[in-house]
Design a protein around this ligand. Sequence first.
Ligand SMILES: Cc1cc2nc3c(=O)[nH]c(=O)nc-3n(C[C@H](O)[C@H](O)[C@H](O)COP(=O)(O)O)c2cc1C
Length: 241
Amino acid sequence: MNEVIELLKSHTSIRKFNDTKITDEQVHHIIDSAMRGATAGNMMSYSIIKVSSKETLSKLAKSCDNQPFIEGADLALLFVVDNYKWHSFFEQRNIAEVFPDYKGPSISDFMLGVQDGMIAAQNAVMAAESLGLGTCYIGDIMENYEYHKELFNLPQNTMPLTLVVMGNYDTKPQIRERFDKSCVVFDEVYPEISEGFINNMFSKEEFKDSDFAVKFYKRKIDAPFFKEMLRSIKKYIKEWD
Ligand SMILES: Cc1cc2nc3c(=O)[nH]c(=O)nc-3n(C[C@H](O)[C@H](O)[C@H](O)COP(=O)(O)O)c2cc1C
C-alpha cells in the first residue's frame, strides 16, 4: 500500500478542532489541489469562497441546521456550483446573435457544475488530510436559499454545493464502517435486488434494532432540516429552468 492509498483509507470526518491555526502555505496547497481536479471541458464550473471570519462561521453554525462545531473550525471552504461566469462571458460576447436558441445555463451545465465542484471539494479534503488537518463536509449549506444567497452575495445560476470546514485537531475518531463491498460494487450490470440482498446489506450490528428504519427515517428524512433542504434546493434549481 502506498501513502496515498493509506491516506484515503484512513479518512474520518473531524468535528472538534483545536486553536492551532492553518498556515497560509497549507491553504495555498489545499486550494491548488482543489483546482487541479478534473473538470468537465476544463470549464471549472464552480467557485470557492474562503471563510475564516468568526462572525460568518458563527452565522453558518446556526444556518446550517445548528451545528455549533462549525464555529470552532479555523477555515471553511464553500464550494459553489457556478454557471454564472461562463454565462456572463457568453453574454458579453453576444453569443445569442450567433445561437438564437441560447437561453442561458441548462440543467446539464448545472449537473456538470455539481460534479466539478464535488471533485474539487474532495481534492481539498484529501489535501487537507495529507497535511494533518481535519475536515468535515456540511451538506446543510444547501438549506436556507434566501439567507445564504445574501450572506455570500451569490448571483443567479450559482448554488452553494458543499461547505468543507477544517482545522487542526487533537484526537481522531474511530473509522466508521461502510456497507460491505458486495452491496456497493457490481460486476458489469446492476443486479436483481432481492429481499435477501437488502437483509444482508442491513445485517450489521448498527442496523440490528428492529425499529432502525423508522428511527432513521424520523431522524433524517422526516426531519425539519431535510424538508428545508428540499425547499431550498428547489428554489436554486429554478434558476436553471
Ligand atoms: C455530502 C455530505 C454532507 C455531509 N454533511 C454533514 C453535515 O452537515 N454535518 C456533519 O457533521 N457531517 C456531515 N457529513 C459527514 C458525514 O456525516 C460523514 O462523512 C459520514 O458520517 C461518514 O463518516 P466519516 O466521514 O467519518 O467516515 C457530510 C458528508 C457528506 C459527503
